[in-house]
Design a protein around this ligand. Structure first.
Ligand code: ADE
Length: 234
C-alpha cells in the first residue's frame, strides 16, 4: 500500500509515520508513503496557496491550482488515477469496514485541508470519497489522515505480527474487546479473574465472549443493537 498525502505540513505526517508500528511496516516494505507539499506546486511568486472567499466571510480558502497540479503530479508518478480522499467533517463517518476495504487498494491519496476549506471546483475535479473521523472540527486534515492511515495499515498484510493482529479485537462482529490482564496476579488488592488462571481454554473463551457482550451493552448500546440484529439466527 502506498499513501500520497497532499498537505501544507509534510513534517507532521513524516514524524508520525516514521514512528512505532507504521515506521516498522515502512522499513519492512509493507507500506510506503510520500508527503507532498502543496506549496511546492503554487505558481504564485510569493508561494501563496490561499485567498479570500468570493462572497465574503471569515478566513481564507485554499486555491484550486496548487492542489490540482500536485495531485496531477502524483497520478503521473503512479501511472494511473490515484483514489483521492478528502478529509472533512462533511464526509461520511470513517468506520472499521472502510479501513478493511481501503486496505485492498494499491495506493491512496489523502488531501488535507486547512483554513476555511478548499475551492469547491478542485474537489469536484479530483475527489473520489469524502471522509470524517468524527463529529467535531479539527484545525486541519493531517490528524484525520494519520488516523485513517493507521487504521487502514493495520489491515494490510505484513503490517502487524501474528500476535498483534487479534481476530478478537474490538468491533469485530459488532462487539468490543473483552478486558485483558497481565502480571502480577494481585495488584492494588485487585485480583485477576480466577477463570483466566484455570488453564481451561473453553471456559476462558466463553468468559471472554460474555464479557465482550456485557461491555458492549453497557458502553456502546448502539453497537449492541447491531450485534443482536446480526445474531438473531445464530
Ligand atoms: N477536518 C477537520 N475536522 C475533521 C474531521 N472531524 N474529520 C475529518 N477531517 C476533518
Amino acid at each position: 500500500m502506498k499513501y500520497y498525502i497532499l498537505t501544507l505540513f509534510p513534517e507532521m505526517i513524516e514524524d508520525a509515520l516514521n514512528t512505532s508500528i507504521l515506521g516498522r511496516a515502512k522499513n519492512a516494505g509493507a507500506i510506503s508513503f510520500e508527503a507532498v507539499n502543496i506549496r511546492d506546486y503554487t505558481l504564485d511568486k510569493h508561494k501563496k496557496v490561499d485567498d479570500y472567499p468570493y462572497g465574503g466571510g471569515a478566513g481564507m480558502v485554499m486555491q484550486a491550482q496548487p492542489i490540482y497540479d500536485a495531485y496531477k503530479a502524483i497520478c503521473e508518478k503512479a501511472g494511473h488515477k490515484v483514489h483521492c480522499i478528502y478529509l472533512t467533517p462533511q464526509g461520511q463517518l470513517f468506520k472499521q469496514q472502510n479501513a478493511k476495504e481501503l486496505a485492498l487498494k494499491e495506493d491512496i491519496c489523502l488531501l488535507c485541508g486547512h483554513y476555511e476549506g478548499i475551492d469547491e471546483r478542485v474537489l469536484e475535479e479530483i475527489v473520489d470519497e469524502y471522509y470524517s473521523i468524527g463529529d467535531y472540527v479539527l484545525t486541519g486534515g493531517e490528524l484525520p489522515s494519520l488516523v485513517m492511515i493507521d487504521a487502514i495499515s493495520r489491515m494490510v498484510p505484513g503490517v502487524l505480527t501474528n500476535s498483534e493482529s487479534g481476530e478478537d479485537e474490538s468491533l469485530e462482529n459488532n462487539l468490543l474487546e473483552y478486558p485483558q490482564y497481565s502480571r502480577p496476579e494481585t495488584w492494588n488488592e485487585r485480583k485477576v479473574p480466577p477463570i483466566l488462571l484455570s488453564g481451561d481454554h473453553a471456559k476462558v473463551d466463553a468468559w471472554r465472549k460474555e464479557q465482550s457482550i456485557l461491555r458492549t451493552k453497557e458502553r456502546r448500546p448502539d453497537l449492541y443493537a447491531k450485534y443482536l440484529e446480526s445474531n438473531v439466527d445464530k
